[in-house]
Design a protein around this ligand. Structure first.
Ligand code: NAG
Ligand code: NAG
Ligand code: NAG
Length: 464
């Protein structure tokens, strides 16, 4: 009995906590490399005798720093790379490799990239922690959830992911009674743009409160060009960029991240060599020069995914950093193509060029929903997820949305009360008219006992 009472108390307390404030539920949408991946092997062959051919269980494929050590990184590359089928125009895993993305719906696999939770590989952790500790009282895996995905693949191969994302959006809306916010980083920008562009406006109006974009790569990045040509070590300094180039080039998401021709016109040289220059207008020639026929086909598959896409059609909060050297052009001297470019830098956050980040802002003139932009000077692409100022801005944005929800709720209550009052008045009036005709009552008499006696009632009824 006492236990039951205690349980009831706890339930009551939980109920009250949940009712604290009408916060918008949040879904975290990571960028390229921002989701954990697991693999299981039963390979016909390995690239090196140190590589494992068969595993009995799932192991961490991404991110697992130990697998990236020079000498054994080749094993990782062969497990991670995608194989393109130029007849179905889709990709699959390398032979004998099974992969899965753990943790859809929870936050942990996007808060931390290395499951061992070593600090340098924290990802959304600081943002989530701030939301949980804030007066908004976000709860992991309940009011805030993660939507990790196989980041090697472009949106044209993410059908199931988008289906799951849509389902999670609806279910969070239904359980919280508030519209959902997508909080994204980097490639999460064009991913969500693609997703929203393919939803009816009525669905967005009903379920989506808005998008908070942190360093969104809305218009691609010149860095993707560098990955195809010279390679890039993704900021992990131990890795030789050229050694992971093969794996990166197989990812269809890399083609999806190539700089948009809407932002870089055909007269803007991105890659300069003594023999030929490359711009967004002749990537075909670049892929030919690199001898990458599959990559060219993948580029054809992905280049129009956002061409002429409508604006997102929801409120946007665009946070981005700038003031950090960001690759703008690769210049090759005689004989150095493609491995050894001289890099020319421009404005951006070190990964996303400024004009790509600002695509988010540019939607302001293209949609009726609001667009708020906040630029952070000297803020790097990953640092924006850890910086006090940018995180505070996110929490403030969510607080403002919560306030708006509270006002809407208060207004709804008020409207309801007025409605009830109006109904009651109408009933009163109706009764009054009936009685007025019969007995010559006056309007003031409606609250008197004698008035109601005529109707054989003791007093004014509460419910009619
Ligand atoms: C598809 O790939 C094969 C093998 O790489 C190649 O021989 C063929 O020409 C390709 N077909 C197309 C349409 O690109
Ligand atoms: C490439 O572009 C540079 C500057 O943009 C120009 O000076 C050069 O002549 C061009 N080279 C070729 C081969 O067109
Ligand atoms: C939140 O709302 C306040 C008051 O309207 C406004 O001054 C502030 O800029 C808003 N903050 C954000 C992050 O939008």
């Amino acid at each position: 009995m006492r236990l039951l009472a205690l349980l009831l108390l706890v339930c009551q307390a939980l109920g009250e906590v949940k009712k604290l404030r009408p916060v918008p539920p949040v879904i975290l949408v990571p960028g390229d490399g921002g989701s954990q991946m697991e693999a299981k092997l039963d390979k016909p062959a390995v690239v090196h005798y140190v590589c494992t051919k068969k595993t009995d269980s799932w192991f961490d494929l991404w991110l697992n720093m130990e697998s990236l050590i020079p000498g054994i990184i080749d094993c990782w590359i062969d497990n991670m790379r995608l194989v393109y089928d130029n007849t179905t125009r889709t990709t699959r895993n390398s032979p004998g490799v099974m992969t899965r993305v753990p943790g859809f719906g929870s936050t942990s696999t996007v808060e931390w990239l290395d499951p061992s939770h070593h600090y340098p590989t924290s990802y959304f952790y600081d943002v989530v922690e701030a939301m949980v500790k804030s007066p908004l009282g976000y709860v992991r895996d309940s009011t805030i959830r993660g939507a990790p995905y196989d980041f090697r693949k472009a949106p044209n191969e993410q059908k199931n992911y988008f289906k799951a994302l849509k389902h999670m959006t609806e279910s969070m809306y239904n359980s919280e009674g508030q519209r959902v916010v997508y909080l994204l980083h980097s490639m999460g920008g064009p991913m969500i743009w693609y997703f929203l562009a393919n939803q009816p406006q009525s669905w967005k109006d009903e379920y989506v409160e808005g998008v908070i974009s942190m360093a969104g790569a809305w218009g691609g990045s010149i860095k993707a060009v560098k990955v195809y040509t010279a390679g890039d070590n993704l900021g992990i300094y131990l890795i030789n960029p050229r050694s992971i180039r093969e794996e990166q080039r197989s990812a269809t998401s890399l083609a999806f991240l190539l700089p948009s021709p809407d932002l870089w016109k055909e007269d803007e040289v991105l890659v300069q060599t003594p023999e030929k220059n490359y711009t967004t207008a002749n990537f075909k020639d670049m892929f030919e020069a690199l001898n990458l026929p599959d990559a060219y086909n993948i580029y054809l598959d992905t280049k129009n995914l956002l061409k002429d896409a409508p604006p997102p059609g929801v409120d946007l909060y665009c946070l981005y950093g700038h003031g950090i050297n960001t690759v703008e052009k690769l210049v090759y001297q005689e004989g150095s193509f493609p491995d050894k470019p001289d890099l020319v830098f421009g404005e951006g956050d070190g990964t996303v060029n400024l004009r790509s980040a600002q695509v988010c802002e540019s939607f302001a003139s293209k949609q009726r929903q609001k667009v708020h932009a906040k630029a952070f000077p000297v803020m790097e692409h990953m640092a924006i997820l850890k910086d006090v100022d940018s995180i505070s801005y996110v929490v403030e944005t969510l607080t403002n949305i919560t306030q708006k929800n509270e006002e809407a709720a208060a207004k709804a209550t008020q409207v309801e009360a007025l409605e009830k009052q109006r109904e009651k008045n109408m009933v009163d009036q109706h009764l009054f008219h009936i009685l007025y005709k019969k007995k010559n009552f006056k309007r003031n008499d409606i609250s008197s006992a004698s008035f109601w006696k005529v109707l054989n009632m003791n007093a004014m009824p509460n419910v009619l």
